[in-house]
Design a protein around this ligand. Structure first.
Ligand code: ATP
Ligand code: MG
Length: 452
């Protein structure tokens, strides 16, 4: 055979072998196909031809042919599957029944740091899963992925730790499904997803949560310390103050001897100032108790209408002294609620005090009405009103439209913040509507007891 003919023949045989191999690979029966090819009688010629082949030249020609080849249409099932597995973001590995790698896609190469050719034919577990995170050996027999090859069930979304080529451990989410043929496990498909970034995010979130709860605990500790300090201080202040008030009262009663008009008016002022101071101490104490979460609510069956009448009666003298009418409109029938009546009275008295304090002329009204499963309590006044920009700020502790020392009326700016927190403790809410120069309405809404 001359050289030209033998090369021609060799090329033809090589082409036949190539096609047969491709088909065999597609069908997964490479060995069978190869032996079939030999049995067809081309064996000797093929072996001879292949022996004479310039294998490198053929490989180059095949590569060039592949590069120039037009793009394979995706409606060809083989190319479709290949395109998907090669381009999917999930790492994919295919193992034979012994756990040896038979395929690995580029995403898996990137995650594991190995190139496909380096691992083909090697037991995958020995390359990427051979140690436990604590550094101890991890035999394939104990590996849950290995159990799939031993006939165990598929594994879905197992969170695991694998090892990159560099030796670095990394967290991974993997699934492993057996490939069965004729009832026997022929291998397994493994999909993996590197979750290092997600783990970092989780760790960062946990760290922030920890920091936040630590900061909150610290703030609560500081609050409790403040509340303890205020409790001790106010007790220390209250004791001598009670003595001052007691002696002032005795003097006003003419004990040990009647007072002249001038002295009486001085003692009267001492008494009033002491009462004012006492009210202030009580207010600060109550604020710090609420702040520290130590305010206790003692709910009992109560008639909201009656509590409202009591609050109105309490502030009546103050309104009269200022020449303001106090209008009270409360239903005759009881409005039953399970609440701490002392606390509700304190809230209504606070609102009524404010209404009287910030109203120079006109009237102050307290109206109570049922509203479905709740009771509404409106405290209205015809006073100075509140600027729209201040409507939110009035609830802040110590906030006052004008500082107490620059205005005629006193106060600490705690009344509304205490009232709102108290109403929340009672399970209700409080709102305000106001127009500067025309007056304000504060409305408390509290749930009523279910009828029956
Ligand atoms: N009815 C009202 N009319 C106009 N302004 C009001 C009214 N109620 C409250 N305010 C404004 O809101 C501020 C805060 O009220 P809050 O009751 O908390 O404090 P205060 O009355 O100044 O002092 P305290 O109640 O502690 O004695 C008041 O200083 C006032 O500027
Ligand atoms: Mg007030």
């Amino acid at each position: 055979m001359d050289d030209t003919r033998s090369t021609e023949l060799a090329l033809r045989v090589a082409e036949t072998v190539r096609r047969a191999c491709v088909r065999a690979a597609q069908e997964g029966y490479a060995d069978a196909a190869m032996s079939g090819l030999c049995a067809e009688g081309a064996a000797e010629a093929a072996v001879d031809a292949v022996r004479r082949l310039d294998v490198d030249a053929l490989a180059r020609a095949a590569a060039a042919e592949e590069e120039d080849a037009p793009l394979a249409p995706l409606d060809d099932p083989l190319h479709f599957v290949r395109a998907v597995t090669e381009h999917v973001a999930e790492g994919l590995c295919v193992m034979d029944a012994h756990g040896r790698l038979t395929y690995m896609n580029p995403a898996a190469e990137e995650v594991l740091g190995w190139r496909r050719e380096e691992l083909l034919g090697r037991v995958l577990h020995d390359a990427v899963h051979y140690l436990r995170p604590d550094g101890s050996p991890y035999p394939l027999d104990e590996c849950p992925l290995g159990s799939v090859l031993r006939g165990g069930p598929a594994i879905r979304e197992l969170e695991d730790v694998w090892i990159r080529r560099s030796g670095e451990f990394f967290p991974v989410f993997c699934s492993c499904t057996p490939i069965r043929q004729a009832g026997r496990v022929q291998g397994a498909v493994l999909s993996l997803h590197d979750i290092t970034a997600r783990k970092h995010e989780e760790a960062e979130r946990l760290r922030l949560l920890d920091a936040e709860s630590e900061a909150r605990a610290e703030a609560e500790r500081a609050n409790r310390t403040k509340a303890d300090f205020l409790a001790v201080m106010s007790h220390e202040l209250r004791t001598p103050l009670t003595a001052v008030m007691g002696y002032a009262e005795l003097l006003l009663m003419g004990v040990p001897e009647p007072l002249s008009e001038g002295t009486r008016s001085h003692v009267d002022r001492i008494d009033q100032a002491a009462r004012h101071l006492l009210a202030l101490i009580e207010e600060i104490l109550s604020f710090s108790r609420i702040e520290a979460g130590r305010e206790e609510v003692r709910p009992t069956d109560a008639d909201v209408a009656e509590v409202a009448r009591e609050a109105a009666a309490f502030v009546q003298p103050l309104a009269r002294r200022k020449g303001l009418a106090l209008r009270v409109r409360v239903p005759d029938r009881p409005l039953c609620a399970v609440i701490d009546r002392g606390k509700l009275r304190q809230v209504l008295v606070n609102l009524l005090f404010n209404a009287i304090k910030f109203t120079a002329r006109g009237e102050v009204a307290l109206e109570v009405e049922p509203d479905g499963p709740a009771a509404l309590m409106h405290v209205r006044d015809t006073g100075v009103g509140i600027a729209p920009g201040d409507l939110e700020r009035i609830w802040e502790p110590f906030w006052q439209a004008q500082p107490a020392n620059t205005r005629e009326v006193g106060g600490t700016g705690l009344g509304l913040s205490i009232s709102r927190r108290t109403v929340h403790l009672l399970g209700g809410d409080i709102a305000v509507a106001s127009e500067p120069g025309r007056g304000s309405v504060f409305t408390v809404r509290l749930p009523l007891a279910a009828a029956g």
